[in-house]
Structure formats: C-alpha cells, structure tokens
Design a protein around this ligand. Structure first.
Ligand SMILES: NC(=O)c1ccc[n+]([C@@H]2O[C@H](COP(=O)([O-])OP(=O)(O)OC[C@H]3O[C@@H](n4cnc5c(N)ncnc54)[C@H](OP(=O)(O)O)[C@@H]3O)[C@@H](O)[C@H]2O)c1
Length: 268
C-alpha cells in the first residue's frame, strides 16, 4: 500500500538515502532541508533516480523553532495525513554551537525541534490508519543536565550531542505511552556511518551510510506496527536493545518532559 512519508533532514546522509529507497517503491515522499536550493536539487535528483513524481519538500532551519512551527503549519494545511514521520535532522558540530536564544544547537536541532514539530503535526499523523514515528537517536547517550536544557551551561560537542540523543530517546518512550495509536520507535542507525556529520566529527567512518538508510526503511515500512512501538532499535547490534538506563526511569523521563515544556513555553 502506498504510504505518505515525511523525513526531516533528508537533503543529505541517511535521510536522503532512505527517501530514495522509499521513492523507488512508489511511496509519496516529503523531504525537508534547511537550504531551499539544496532541497530543490535533491527533489529533482530523487525524482530522476526513482521515476517517482510524488516527491515534494519543505524548508526550515531547525535551529530556529519559529521556522519549525511555520513548517508544521504549512504541512497541516497541505497534507491530509502522514503515515510515517522520520525525525532524522541532526547536528553534531557547528561553527555556531549556541543559538541566538542562547541554547546549545544540538539540544535545539536534535531534541527541541522534533519535539515541537511532532506535537504540532500530531493530528495530521493520527489521521493515518497505521501511524508511526521514527526518532533518530544514537549509541551516544549521556545523562541529561537540566542546566544544559535551560541554556545555563556549555559542554563539549560530544557531550551535548549525547545528551540530545538521550533526550529524543526518552521522549520517544514517553510519546509511545501517551499516544496509543501511534507506534513510536527510537533508533541508533549504526555508529560512524559514512555521512557529512560523521566525517566532520571524527574524520573517519566504520560503515556505509546505506546501513542507516536500510534500517530506517525497515522500521518505516517492513516491521510490524506493534513490534516497534515503544522500543529502541540498536543497529550496531541489529536488534531491539536496551538503551541507556535513564530512559527506563519514569521519574527522569517525566522531569525531562516537564523541563522541556517549561523551556519551550518561556523562551520561544
Ligand atoms: N551517521 C551516523 O553514524 C549516525 C549515528 C547515529 C545517529 N545518527 C543520526 O542520524 C541522523 C542523520 O545524520 P547523518 O549522519 O545522515 O548526517 P548528515 O549527512 O549530516 O545529514 C543531516 C541532515 O540534517 C540536516 N540538518 C542539519 N542541521 C540542520 C538544521 N539546523 N536545520 C534543518 N536541517 C538540518 C542536514 O541538512 P544539510 O543537507 O543542509 O546539511 C542533513 O539533511 C542524525 O540525527 C544523526 O544524529 C547518525
């Protein structure tokens, strides 16, 4: 059955590869990027490579939550339902690690943006008969500092990234409990896949980017709805696996969500 699929951060890396794989199977694909020219080029490229004309896209810089909100409004107006949302856009290194509002860019792009975006389009997602959300986490997961969420401290690139990736994972578990009809899964797509992010961060890679694209495809279209809901898939092991222990501490999850709502209400 043809699905409507939206992948954020699909102008490059594993998101772009997953989009191409899905487009080749005839699904309706919505891409997202922060740069309008690059987005348009990728739409044209994927149409040519897949022979699928049902590819469109949206622009928003996810380090600016007002753009995230605006993109969500456009989507709610233009798209009747979304079967699969892949929250894939992410950043590790940046020349401007602190946003204009004073928050760490990893926390904003990798966690606050998908949180705001998903909540803003949740009704459109719930119009699907079998909705699912795939949230890109990582093997890098580190205990979250509420001070980092508040923008009160700065930490290393690696630490900010790892905290943002545990935050999106913990929120995935929370969202899965809140939304019974939506299957929500968190994913480590595999470590050091060959993408721009990894080359900039580590200068080397371990596996091809296809490894990440293939597991996104499987979780989006192959695996059973109930099988994935509320779980963490660890593609370094190729199986659903335990996440960092904080993710199973409901008190910590609730504190994270409470702080997130407080920050998002007060600052943006
Ligand atoms: N590669 C790995 O080994 C690995 C491992 C674990 C988790 N992940 C996760 O997988 C996801 C995809 O990463 P990747 O490795 O494919 O990286 P990538 O090739 O750098 O792609 C990242 C995507 O996110 C977009 N993006 C970055 N900053 C953005 C912003 N401020 N606003 C909007 N879009 C933005 C990029 O846009 P541009 O095209 O404009 O750059 C690109 O489309 C990330 O969430 C990452 O954390 C990757």
């Amino acid at each position: 059955m043809k699905k409507t699929i939206l992948i954020t951060g699909s102008t490059d890396g594993i998101g772009k590869l997953a989009a191409l794989k899905m487009a080749k199977k005839g699904h309706e694909i919505y891409l997202h990027g922060r740069n309008a020219d690059k987005l348009q080029k990728v739409i044209t490229e994927l149409k040519q490579k897949s022979g699928n004309e049902n590819i469109d896209g949206f622009v928003a810089d996810f380090s600016d939550l007002s753009q995230v909100q605006k993109m969500a409004e456009e989507i709610n107006t233009k798209i009747s339902h979304i079967d699969v949302l892949v929250n894939n856009a992410g950043v590790f290194k940046s020349s401007q690690p602190i946003t204009k509002e004073g928050y760490d860019i990893r926390i904003v792009v990798n966690y606050y943006a998908p949180f705001v975006f998903t909540n803003a389009i949740l009704d459109t997602i719930k119009k699907s008969l079998e909705p699912r959300i795939i949230n890109l986490s990582s093997a890098a997961q580190s205990t979250i500092s509420l001070d980092l969420l508040d923008g009160n401290i700065t930490v290393s690139d690696q630490e900010a990234y790892a905290q943002s990736k545990l935050a999106i994972l913990m929120w995935s578990f929370y969202l899965s409990r809140q939304e019974s009809v939506v299957a929500v899964v968190a994913l480590n797509p595999g470590s050091l896949l060959n993408t721009n992010m990894v080359k900039a961060a580590y200068g080397r890679f371990w596996s091809s980017a296809d490894k990440g694209a293939d597991i996104i495809y499987d979780l989006a279209l192959i695996k059973n709805h109930a099988e994935i809901d509320g779980k963490y898939f660890d593609n370094d092991k190729g199986e659903f696996g335990p996440a960092y222990s904080d993710a199973y501490n409901v008190d910590l999850v609730n504190k994270l969500i409470e702080k997130t709502k407080q920050v998002l209400k007060g600052s943006f």
